[in-house]
Write a protein that binds this ligand. Structure first.
Ligand SMILES: C[S@@+](CC[C@H](N)C(=O)[O-])C[C@H]1O[C@@H](n2cnc3c(N)ncnc32)[C@H](O)[C@@H]1O
Length: 447
């Protein structure tokens, strides 16, 4: 018999930050193999220069410094940023988890790169009167795990130099309702991520369930194979100690309240093709809310902001030199068919533009269909100046939002899944078995 009361009384900290720390201490994120060479070009949207090109486009002046801070950096981002940031810029990173920082430092050393990493709570760090002001801050996948994200956003604003930029990725809470159903089912079944056997069973349950719940299978597939094989990713999704559920509008109002200018919205999966280029003109909150409600926008929110008041004109920086372009750029139908030399040319041009802040002259590119230009502009890969190109690349590129295929809803629970759940429930030393069973089946019916 499994005594849940006893389990929850043993060594689970009460404090939210401590619980999150314990989770990432045991399961550092994303925990890809230490000796694997990360494809850092894919992280190009996080670099300070990418944000600065958006500022340049909006005729905003930059901050004078070149220090970048990664909040909740995990074990991979420090290496990626050390490759992306211009020569001479310093990269700082902070993370709650000592094991993440240890892994991040190992990766840096193994690849002869440098970054200044700290173990600690980012909220305390931001308000701790350290003398540094940063010209760029990145918070990818971390704000929604904090105690009071509104307060953190205000503190980030304070620690950014005037003319500084911020890139964030925040969960699209509504689109993640299926994850919450699964997380609650795991909780009702008494699964605890700290027990290996529980993790194994939780995974088995999902593998069984996805055979019958086709929408669940679709969602799981969209998160990639490693979700089910990588413990850190699995726990991050279904057992997280803290996940704030705020609407898009609430998040944006937190940023607007502090004084941030919203520079751009990165549409990773091309879900906003029927709107003006969101990287250049972020969509209105009401538009986003309607799309999210209708299930037409499922991606997370990848947003760029600036703190007004910079002093520096666009200058030039020495940049990374890499031969291989980010993979995302050429995965869309409009760009995948571009020849390899053209892809390479676009990437080389991009690196030049980023280092000098010049504007792309379409005449200096090899011929490409307008559709390729439009997709690349939405990804930030090209950025022509004012004039007719500007209008063409700002305009919507589809008549309506792409429709997702909606698989038929499963109404009954399959026998194998029912037996699996019954077997588990019988092992729990609880008196409210019936009630739990009903709740689990009610949640399954929502998948
Ligand atoms: C989902 S992971 C994202 C990691 C990294 N940003 C990335 O994209 O690969 C969230 C990270 O934020 C860190 N974190 C969560 N709360 C934190 C806090 N209060 N202070 C510092 N780091 C925190 C976790 O330890 C974890 O490494």
């Amino acid at each position: 018999m499994i005594d849940l009361q006893h389990r929850s009384n043993t060594s689970v900290p009460f404090d939210i930050v401590e619980r999150v720390r314990a989770q990432y201490e045991q399961f550092p994120y994303p925990r890809y193999p230490l000796l694997a060479k990360p494809f850092w070009q894919d992280g190009v949207g996080g670099s300070s220069l990418f944000s600065r090109t958006l500022m340049h486009k909006n005729h905003l002046l930059f901050a004078t410094g070149q220090d970048t801070l990664i909040l909740g950096c995990g074990d991979m981002q420090p290496y990626i940023f050390s490759c992306l940031e211009p020569k001479g810029a310093r990269v700082f990173g902070i993370d709650l988890s000592r094991s993440s920082i240890k892994r991040a430092n190992f990766r840096l050393k193994a690849n002869f790169r440098k970054a200044y990493l700290m173990v600690g709570d980012l909220d305390s760090y931001l308000v701790s009167g350290s003398p540094y002001n940063f010209s760029h801050i990145d918070a990818f996948g971390v704000l929604h795990h904090l105690v009071n994200p509104g307060q953190t956003i205000a503190a980030i604003y304070e620690r950014l130099a005037p003319g500084g930029t911020l890139r964030v990725m925040i969960y699209n809470a509504k689109a993640r309702s299926w994850i919450r159903e699964i997380a609650k089912i795991f909780c009702l079944l008494g699964y605890d991520y700290r027990y290996k056997q529980d993790l194994r069973q939780a995974r088995q349950l999902l593998v069984l369930a996805k055979k019958h719940y086709h929408l669940l299978a679709q969602h799981l597939a969209s998160m990639g194979k490693s979700l089910l094989t990588n413990d850190s990713r699995f726990i991050d999704a279904f057992f997280h100690e803290r996940e704030v559920h705020l609407s898009y509008t609430s998040w944006l109002s937190h940023f607007a309240k502090t004084g941030f200018l919203h520079l751009g919205f990165f549409d990773r999966y091309g879900e906003l093709d029927h709107l003006a280029n969101p990287l250049w003109q972020p969509p209105a909150s009401a538009t986003m809310e309607a799309l999210i409600d209708q299930g037409l926008f499922r991606g997370n929110f990848e947003l760029y902001f600036a703190k007004p008041g910079g002093e520096k004109q666009a200058g030039s920086s020495r940049l990374f030199a890499s031969l291989r372009p980010p993979r995302l750029w050429f995965t869309f139908p409009e760009t995948a068919s571009l020849s390899w030399p053209k892809q390479l040319f676009i990437w080389q041009k991009y690196q030049k533009r980023l280092s000098s802040f010049c504007i792309d002259d379409p005449k200096s590119f090899p011929p490409m269909p307008l559709a390729s230009w439009q997709r690349l502009a939405r990804l930030g890969a090209v950025m022509p100046g004012e004039g007719t190109w500007q209008d063409k690349l700002l305009a919507p590129i589809a008549k309506e939002a792409p429709l997702y295929e909606s698989p038929v809803k499963t109404k009954t629970v399959s026998d194998d899944l029912r037996v699996f759940i019954e077997n588990r429930l019988q092992k729990l030393a609880i008196t409210t078995l019936e009630r739990r069973r009903d709740l689990i089946f009610a949640r399954l019916s929502r998948l």
